[in-house]
Design a protein around this ligand. Structure first.
Ligand SMILES: Nc1ncnc2c1ncn2[C@@H]1O[C@H](COP(=O)(O)OP(=O)(O)OP(=O)(O)O)[C@@H](O)[C@H]1O
Length: 596
């Protein structure tokens, strides 16, 4: 940022550098009437490499910042539009004079007006090429805020992103895409109002070269070549994830449940973000619906911009708030937050071992492991709000029925049980761990006992109990251990949880009606000495409550102290395929799969 050269612009006083992205630098400028704007100028490399600015040097609808759909272009009232020039209908307009093209693009852009869309005023000449004069957003960007403060509380994320969902809904309804929704492009006014920036500006400045690029972490891997509002929704969901965790979400199969990283996230919000990020397009909400659900997910709170803004902006911030006591700032409390945030939740990024504050895109690439898990109570910490507990409860509801699926399908590992079975006496059956069935027991009966023991592991938050449930080294054990350990780390357990099996049917082997099952590693990779059975059944979770032990002064450790709980969660049921193995010591769960 320091290597940016201050531009010279006739009629405007150029102030400080507001920020610099991958392709542009943005300066504070003031006109003779004292009105302040932001001036965006393409950085030299991009100016030199850029094609002439124009509305459609090529069809960029599916690329980065495909702000204006090409289908709108033939309807332009550009001087060439009525010329009968076939380039108009094919979108090949790169031959337009750049100045005319810029004027046209600007005219088009200004047709889009929304309270939360950053306004573009005019293009001005500078000694560094054309510059774009736009509304000043003194509150800086969401990226700057996150870099200063770390992950934001849910209530502030709601405030910051509901309007962005709304403005995206507006653009989509108008037939336009944004194409580059990122934390760097979400800006704030001095009263904390979020604005979506960078809409169409790259094309105006001629920096929109990388049609197939985008901002890593916020690019929809399933984006389509046609007009694709879903790609903007994906990016918005990715921004939400980033704002709540300080990490980019990563691919579905690698992504931990959001609730386990940030236990303050309500279940509704967790599901909303997962739906937004889902490769299954049917699950992705429309942008307006995303905004509406986000608004219902938690009570919004003003975005605290103080830690992030330039000192010259502080006097005009309306969102400055007094520090308050740590107790009042407990997670889930409504209203302003402050004192606690500074000490516990708002540890500066550098102190958490994160990247020091930077501007520009690079700062958003926070390493995946750089954000410490949050929400773990410290010894002696006061009772947390119900929100984290409800959250954990909901997260586990998802885990209980689905985590094993992802791992099983994505990572078919050969279990360590193979070695044990090889020397274990073939089909000889021995007694399993306490309460674990031996294979003299019918697999269906065994399955009921296994899921019951699995529920006990979650009730007690004791991963050791899983040894009698899942095959050693299996996908099921890996998934269950992660989930139970996460509960234990958060000092939580699931009271009253039970899992029952209904409508269980053993599928014959080979089952010609389910050919997909024969190819499963869980079935085909079993050692010869291991018996395998495949069961289709409905697993039903009882309602349960996430509880947290709270230390008391009592010296009677057997009392277990007080317990505080969330609202009961009813998790429902799901039809699943269970693959059970018996390597000589009784039936254990190897994998849990969705029905073919
Ligand atoms: N209107 C504005 N008011 C105040 N600051 C702004 C404004 N526009 C941009 N900025 C600041 O400048 C930074 C860079 O702007 P922007 O992200 O638009 O640049 P860019 O080069 O187009 O980005 P990219 O890396 O996506 O190419 C923003 O992150 C923000 O901090």
């Amino acid at each position: 940022m320091s290597d940016e050269v201050r531009p010279v612009v006739s009629g405007l006083e150029v102030g400080r550098l507001l920020g610099a992205g991958g392709s542009s630098a943005v300066w504070l400028v003031e006109d003779p009437e004292g009105q302040r704007f932001a001036l965006k100028i393409a950085r030299r490399r991009h100016r030199d490499e850029a094609a002439p600015a124009g509305p459609a040097g090529r069809d960029r609808r599916h690329g980065r910042r495909a702000a204006l759909p090409a289908e709108q272009l033939p309807r332009l009232t550009h001087p060439a539009a009525d010329s009968g020039d076939p380039r108009e209908s094919t979108g090949e307009r790169s031959a337009l004079h750049p100045a005319a093209a810029i004027t046209e693009e600007l005219r088009l852009l200004r047709r889009f007006a929304h309270d939360h869309l950053l306004r573009v005023h005019r293009v001005v000449k500078t000694d560094q090429g054309p510059g774009m004069l736009m509304d000043l957003a003194p509150g800086g960007s969401l990226l700057g805020l996150l870099t200063s403060r770390g992950p934001l509380p849910v209530a502030e994320v709601v405030t910051a992103l509901v309007p962005i969902g709304q403005v995206l809904g507006y653009l989509h309804a108008e037939g336009a895409l944004h194409g580059d929704v990122t934390p760097g492009n979400i800006l704030f006014t001095s009263d904390g109002r979020p604005l979506l920036g960078d809409f169409g500006t790259a094309r105006l400045l001629g920096t929109d070269r990388r049609a197939d690029a985008g901002t890593p972490g916020f690019i929809d891997p399933t984006r389509r070549t046609a007009f694709d509002p879903g790609a903007d929704v994906f990016a918005l969901a990715a921004v939400a994830w980033f704002a709540l965790t300080g990490r980019i979400p990563g691919p579905t199969e690698e992504r931990p449940p959001l609730a386990l990283i940030n236990p303050e996230v309500p279940v509704t919000l967790m599901h909303l973000i997962e739906d937004g990020l889902s490769p299954d397009r049917d699950r992705r909400p429309a942008a307006g619906d995303f905004a509406a659900t986000l608004l219902r997910a938690a009570t919004p709170a003003p975005v605290d911009l103080v830690p992030a803004v330039h000192t010259s902006v502080l006097p005009e911030l309306l969102t400055r708030r007094r520090p308050e006591t740590a107790a009042a700032a407990a997670p889930g409390r409504r209203g302003p937050v402050g004192g606690d945030r500074l000490s516990r939740r708002r540890t500066p990024a550098a102190a958490r071992g994160q990247q020091p504050r930077r501007t520009g895109r690079a700062a958003c690439r926070v390493p995946r492991d750089s954000a410490a898990p949050r929400g773990r109570p410290r010894p002696g910490e006061t009772v947390p709000s119900r929100a984290p507990l409800a959250l954990v409860a909901g997260a586990i509801a998802v885990l209980l029925l689905t985590v094993g699926l992802t791992l099983t399908l994505g990572d078919p590992q050969e279990p360590a049980a193979r070695a044990g079975a090889a020397g274990g006496g073939g089909q000889q059956k021995s007694a399993g761990p306490a309460d674990a069935p031996a294979s003299t027991v019918e697999p269906l009966v065994a399955l009921e006992a296994l899921v019951s023991s699995r529920a006990e592991a979650f009730r007690a938050a004791d991963a050791a109990l899983l040894a009698g449930v899942d095959v050693e080294g299996s996908p099921a054990l890996a998934a269950d251990t992660n989930a139970v350990q996460a509960l234990a780390d958060a000092d939580r357990s699931l009271a009253d949880l039970s899992i029952t099996i209904r409508h269980a049917v053993v599928l014959s082997q080979p089952d010609t009606s389910v050919p997909a099952l024969q190819k499963l590693p869980a079935v085909s990779a079993a050692p010869p000495t291991t018996e395998v059975v495949v069961i289709r059944a409905t697993a039903a979770l009882s309602s349960y409550t996430a509880v947290q032990s709270v230390a008391t002064d009592s010296s009677d450790s057997s009392s277990g102290g007080e317990r505080t709980g969330s609202d009961p969660v009813v998790a429902g049921s799901e039809e699943l395929i269970f693959v059970l193995w018996d390597a000589g010591s009784g039936w254990l769960i190897h994998s849990v799969l969705p029905p073919p």
